[in-house]
Design a protein around this ligand. Structure first.
Ligand SMILES: [Zn+2]
Length: 369
């Protein structure tokens, strides 16, 4: 099966500047590593998308937010000084570009353009699986940017599939270490999108949302599923969560397509987070998602961006992609796994979380009764 990987060099402009953990050159690491380890043959091809237009962005953002964001990020340093007060009406400090005027906003549009092309390619039947490198900017909201995210491509993918292709059952699975607070907000009352979010306990990590009791509202009640894992939870915890929650829900929901997002920040060595996955754990996530997608004829869109340990990033991303596509690739651990993480000592705590999640959702899902 050939997979399309959406990538273009301009993604490197998605860069907040020196000293910020989110630097644009992170994106160049994976395509290079992939080509060194896997021959393209029939396996994959790279494709370039075009940046999204205002009309695309209006599906997910208010017009004044788009206008301000475009002008601010493209402005010169002196022009920016004038707008400094307004900036914090629309964005948090971690979205503040350090230094030079850049093309960050255009790169953010490119990520939305990739989401749109991914949906078009899968819905047209040309490809079953499309990967968007640089995607998964799940903290951005309709009129507020935060957590290194300006425009939310996960939300765009879901909304575009529902509005443009009239899909009635879209599964979004967020495996990033941080809770997808932006994505959650978009679909909180929407019964067409089942949003499952597995992340580090919000009491211990930004953005501080994504508790088990947050299950959606109105018609969307029961269609938001938050699985907050204890710090250091490892491969066995993830395996349990897939077997006990994610796989049964997928079977019952019968999605028409799966959209997964999240890079390598749940790795134990990540500098911003405290989860306990190893590279082998990323392979397992990829394999699980591939098998789950059997319910929708293998249709899956994969959005990958996070990961702040650059040494681990290419290994974890390749393991994830290898699992998704059933590629025979080596699973190397670039950082020695500390003895304390070789067995998942947090499994009992994860079991309690699993039971808690099920108890909140029992009224909405037969598989939890
Ligand atoms: Zn993250």
């Amino acid at each position: 099966m050939t997979v399309t990987i959406l990538y273009r060099e301009e993604l490197k402009e998605y860069d907040f500047g020196p000293g910020h953990p989110f630097r644009g050159d992170r994106y160049q690491i994976f395509p290079k590593f992939l080509q060194e380890h896997v021959k393209p043959d029939e396996k994959y091809r790279f494709l370039k998308a075009e940046p999204a237009k205002d009309e695309d962005l209006r599906r997910i953002c208010d017009p004044d937010y788009i206008k301000f964001t475009k002008e601010y990020y493209r402005a010169s340093f002196l022009e920016k000084v004038e707008d400094e007060g307004a900036f914090f009406r629309y964005h948090t400090m971690d979205n503040h570009p350090i230094g030079r005027p850049g093309r960050l906003e255009e790169a953010a549009r490119l990520v939305i353009g990739q989401a749109k092309l991914a949906a078009d390619l899968v819905q047209s039947g040309q490809y079953r699986k499309v990967i968007s490198l640089g995607g998964g900017l799940h903290h951005a909201k309709r009129n507020f940017g935060e957590g290194f995210c300006i425009y939310n491509d996960v939300a765009f993918t879901g909304i575009y599939l529902v509005e443009q292709y009239r899909l009635e059952r879209v599964l979004i699975l967020d495996t990033d270490a941080h809770a997808g607070n932006g994505t959650a907000e978009y679909f909180y009352s929407d019964p067409r999108v089942l949003f499952i979010d597995i992340h580090q306990d919000p009491r211990t990590l930004y953005p501080g949302t994504g508790f088990a009791y947050e299950i959606g509202a109105g018609e969307g009640k029961g269609k938001t599923v938050n699985i907050p894992l204890p710090p250091n939870a490892g491969n066995d915890s993830y395996k349990l969560v897939f077997e006990e929650i994610i796989e049964p829900l997928t079977k019952e929901f019968q999605p028409q397509i799966i959209v997964r997002n999240g890079g390598s920040d749940p790795h134990f060595s990540d500098e911003l987070t405290s989860l306990g996955l190893t590279v082998a754990g990323f392979r397992m996530i990829g394999e699980k998602v591939r098998k789950m997608a059997a319910v929708c004829d293998g249709k899956e869109i994969d959005l990958i961006a996070s990961g702040y340990n650059r040494e681990v990033l290419p290994y974890a991303w390749l393991a994830l992609v290898g699992g998704l596509l059933d590629w025979d690739v080596p699973i190397d651990e670039p950082v020695r796994v500390p003895a304390i993480l070789r067995t998942d000592s947090h499994l009992p705590e994860t079991k309690r979380v699993v039971n808690e999640v099920k108890s909140y959702l029992r009224d909405y899902w037969k598989c939890f009764r």
